[in-house]
Ligand binder design. Structure first.
Ligand code: NIG
Ligand code: FE
Length: 424
């Protein structure tokens, strides 16, 4: 298939963009792409490729922007229920970590999730997945973490594998058994850390090898935060995970700086995420590493807080920077990477070009898939978007609306810009 007549083809070619190199879109004016068997086989100008591939079936991009599909590298996609009541409490002045300490927050979603069957979990998660896809996300990371006990955590993994199978979107799965101290261990937090380290992680490894033998091992993540897991406890979880061969991620500096980002860099984690209260020393540690700094601007926005990731500092220090939704029921129920871009431009002063690189090639690197997705280059998976606008800067400029007209996933074309129609 020859996709032709775009206004701008954003290739994002050349690999992950470190620090000051962020924002190189690799634009081909009136660009075109040839796709065969789920892969990109040619990239160039429309005239050139029309001549080179005269018999290819065609798809007219209609003068829209053609770009890589968004890669969302941080979501808590799977949970049961909602926390609209807590949103009201927060807007009335109560703090997120105080709600958690009082047995609400993550723990209230854990209660709802533990009692949900796998069918219910899949049914409640599917619409979120479809919204992501319709808004242009072609690959998303998805974490467990609302089970906090082996049986429920494994049920969440099973549900995620089923959703990965049934949906066009690809999932990169993460085990977040260390998301909060399980309620059973309220008075013995170290007991839960020991349970994660000595029981859950080895069980996970065995389970994965039987249930998903063809997939690479999932990431292991930990919520390194005051009121969740201390730096030392986070280290115990991540070191054990690393010994077992799992790739690593971390939640760091969302509310307090306790050194999680430097820990991630030291252990060679794929990413360190949130990074709101990150110190200069931690930024330096990230900059010297291949750990991607993943910022989640929907989270401070969702909590109505004023501080965002010091993105400019991170970029100036020459670290790898990416963006994600953090889609979850407590702090950020948002499925759209386009909204993430809009917030990143306004609150972290990124240019649209920087935000686009941070949601494609760099976010692909944050889940260690930049060799197959995140850019439009020969040999890569054909995951692309056709936008309904002619200039890439419309991303960021406009928000609260969907600028994606068509999603191309593994070479298959999905129309999402259906408008509306009257049924009666
Ligand atoms: O990334 N910080 C920890 N986890 C989520 C919030 C989860 C929740 O509140 O349910 C986050 O913000
Ligand atoms: Fe998160």
């Amino acid at each position: 298939m020859l996709i032709h007549s775009s206004s701008q083809l954003l290739t994002l070619a050349g690999g992950p963009q470190r620090g000051k190199k962020l924002g190189a879109l690799g634009i081909i004016e009136k660009g075109a792409v040839v796709v065969r068997d789920e892969k990109i086989v040619a990239v160039g100008a429309t005239d050139e490729l029309k001549n080179a591939y005269p018999d290819e079936p065609t798809l007219d991009a209609g003068g829209g922007v053609l770009m890589p599909g968004f890669v969302d590298p941080h979501t808590h996609l799977i949970w049961a229920g909602d926390r609209a009541n807590e949103f009201e409490m927060k807007m009335s002045g109560m703090e997120y970590l105080d709600i958690l300490a009082a047995g609400g927050g993550i723990i209230s979603t854990v209660k709802a999730t533990r009692t949900a069957s796998i069918e219910m979990l899949i049914a409640q998660t599917r619409p979120r997945l479809l919204k992501m896809f319709a808004n242009g996300t072609t690959t998303a990371e998805a974490k467990t973490g609302y089970g906090l006990q082996t049986s429920t955590e494994l049920r969440l993994l099973k549900a995620l594998l089923a959703l990965d199978d049934e949906s066009p979107l690809d999932l990169a799965i993460t085990f977040l058994g260390a998301h909060a101290i399980a309620p059973e261990y309220k008075d013995n937090p170290q007991g839960y850390v020991d349970e994660v380290v000595n029981t859950m992680l080895p069980t996970l490894k065995e389970w994965w090898q039987t249930h998903a033998p063809r997939l690479p091992l999932p990431f292991v993540d930990v919520f390194c935060e005051t009121g969740a897991f201390s730096r030392e406890q986070s280290r115990q979880v991540l070191v054990k995970a690393k010994d077992l061969g799992f790739p690593l991620k971390i939640h760091a500096d969302e509310f307090d700086n306790i050194g999680g980002a430097a820990l991630a860099a030291e252990l060679g984690a794929a990413s360190a995420d949130h990074l709101v209260k990150t110190s200069d020393a931690d930024i330096l540690a990230l900059a010297k590493s291949d750990t991607v700094a993943v910022s989640l601007p929907c989270t401070p926005f969702g909590l109505a807080e004023k501080d965002y990731t010091p993105a400019k500092k991170i970029i100036a220090a020459d670290a790898l920077f990416a963006l994600a939704t953090d889609c979850n029921p407590g702090t950020s129920w948002n499925e759209s990477m386009q909204f993430v871009i809009a917030l990143a431009c306004r609150y972290m002063k990124l240019t649209p070009a920087q935000a686009i690189a941070a949601t494609t090639i760099n976010s692909a690197h944050a889940i260690r898939r930049a060799d197959t997705i995140g850019s439009i280059e020969v040999g890569k998976q054909a995951d692309m978007l056709i936008l309904s606008v002619t200039d890439y800067r419309q991303l960021g400029y406009r928000y609260g609306t969907n600028l994606v007209k068509q999603v191309i996933k593994r070479g298959h074309v999905y129309s999402v810009d259906v408008g509306y129609y009257r049924t009666a």
